[in-house]
Design a binder for this molecule. Structure first.
Ligand code: SF4
Ligand code: SF4
Length: 476
């Protein structure tokens, strides 16, 4: 449905004197024009082809791979365990996961400052899936011209068959995508079996269905509209650009004035630039823009227009690079700087974050120990005339293998643990250990004393954790 807002045109010269009300309706809604993207061959298309298939392959494979019996990547929310490349992280490590996300964001800003939206053109999931869907579309329905003809033609058996095959394959890919995505949060082997034997829980069906529909709509129908209207990055990435950011650009000075000509004609005699106005750069553009209009927020820096234009330049025997990755300064004949305050800023922040993450990872001790004092009684005297305090120790083995630990207490000379001090914990296992500590009343001078619990793995002295607590005695 189109939305129209009546707009009153104000013309002070006439309206103020005549007091007439002029109004007209301005159309603020433009219906989508379907873009028929022409396929192109060239260096950047080859790079995209390999990077997009490689990313797609990784996405579909990684959730199935196991390392030492553990999944390569699994965000097991019910178990509160995150398996990443052979290491298991727990909620305590959440800061590390946050650090990784912040590094990814700074990495994106840094790359954008240098090379514009290469993330969008070569690696963004929307680009990857749209590329695969368009590849299927071309295999089933044919080239750009054939697709346009098919869409314009009346319904026929051929049209219905082709459209049905295309949508069936799209739905198959979308379902595989949904299943795989949920497989990063729920063991994928169990999920696949449970889904197909109708044993899975309702939420599993819901989320697989949700991501199937989302993939099918985004990559099959919405395509460039996701980049144009839904992606926030498209809107704010321009603030990271400057005159030295390398982006896909049309060399206006070399290309203009544009105009058609025969290959044998002399452009100098015709007074024309190198652009033959063939429109190939527009036909291959997945967002349907004309790069000759200058830098636009719709441009995802995929460089397909470079490949298309280079092909034309080759045919015309003109030098390549009428459209190329370059900077605004270079186009103006000024020197371009790779390193500048902005790149230093993002680069320094990135290095700092990576350094902090590496340090935290290296110094991470995969064991958790927490001591909770028993709130029921401050202290009690036992039959031997000693003061007793009770605690519950929370211990988690965060290593990938079972461990035997020894527990000790220090801080007060005569402190001794009366309960078990040696215990075993499986990988990832949590233990709530009731612990009683006794102290000789003669060795304490204060009612409130610091004590330290220590646990240490029996066969690895580096695997140790300490936690402080209080030992309460009678008033002195
Ligand atoms: S492909 Fe090159 S020559 Fe053809 S219209 Fe685009 S810029 Fe001009
Ligand atoms: S203008 Fe060129 S680089 Fe930008 S989106 Fe279109 S084809 Fe890709």
């Amino acid at each position: 449905m189109s939305s129209q807002i009546p707009v009153k045109q104000i013309d002070p010269a006439t309206d103020a004197s005549s007091n007439k009300k002029n109004s007209e309706t301005v159309e603020l809604y433009a219906s989508r024009k379907k873009i028929y993207v022409k396929s192109v061959q060239g260096l950047f298309q080859r790079i995209r082809f390999f990077s997009l298939w490689a990313l797609m392959g990784m996405y579909f494979l990684f959730c199935w791979i196991q390392v030492g019996g553990e999944p390569l990547i699994l965000f097991d929310l019910p178990a509160r365990e995150f398996h990443l490349f052979g290491t298991t992280f727990y909620p305590k490590d959440f800061i590390l996961l946050s650090g990784m996300l912040i590094i990814a964001a700074f990495g994106l800003f840094f790359i954008t400052t240098l090379f514009g939206r290469v993330w969008c053109g070569y690696t963004c999931p929307q680009t990857v899936w749209t590329f695969i869907f368009m590849w299927v579309e071309e295999k089933v329905e044919g080239t750009r011209n054939k697709r346009m003809k098919l869409d314009k033609s009346p319904n026929s058996r051929e049209k219905v068959v082709k459209k049905s095959i295309k949508h069936a394959i799209w739905l198959g890919i979308a379902f595989a995508t949904g299943l795989t995505f949920v497989g990063y949060f729920y063991p994928v082997r169990e999920l696949a079996i449970d889904l197909f034997t109708l044993q899975a829980n309702g939420w599993a069906y819901f989320w697989v269905g949700f991501f199937t529909v989302a993939t099918y709509s985004n990559a099959g129908w919405l395509r460039e509209q996701v980049c144009l209207y839904m992606c926030p990055y498209a809107r704010f990435q321009s603030v990271m650009f400057d005159e030295d950011t390398r982006v896909v650009s049309y060399d206006f000075n070399r290309g203009e004035p544009r105009g058609g000509r025969k290959k044998s004609a002399s452009k100098e005699e015709l007074g024309l630039g190198d652009c033959i106005d063939c429109g190939q750069c527009v036909q291959v553009c997945p967002t349907g823009i004309d790069i000759r209009d200058g830098l636009q927020y719709e441009c995802i820096n995929c460089a397909l227009c470079i490949d298309a234009c280079d092909e034309i330049m080759d045919k015309m025997n003109y030098p390549r690079g009428l459209i190329r990755y370059t900077t605004e300064h270079a186009l103006e004949g000024k020197p371009s700087k790779l390193l500048r305050p902005r790149t230093f800023g993002y680069g320094a922040a990135l290095m700092l974050m990576i350094g902090a993450l590496v340090f935290t990872l290296v110094s991470r001790v995969p064991i958790e120990l927490e001591a909770l004092r028993d709130r029921g009684a401050l202290f009690q005297m036992n039959g031997r005339g000693m003061i007793e305090n009770s605690y519950t120790l929370k211990i988690q083995n965060m290593t990938e293998v079972p461990q035997t630990y020894n527990l000790s207490v220090s801080g007060l000379e005569s402190a001794r643990i009366l309960s078990d001090t040696r215990f075993q914990l499986g990988s990832g296992e949590n233990l709530s250990l009731p612990t009683v500590v006794e102290v000789n009343p003669e060795s304490i001078t204060d009612s409130n004393n610091d004590i330290i619990f220590t646990i240490m793995a029996e066969d690895n002295g580096d695997l140790r954790a300490e936690t402080e607590s209080r030992f309460i005695g009678p008033r002195r």
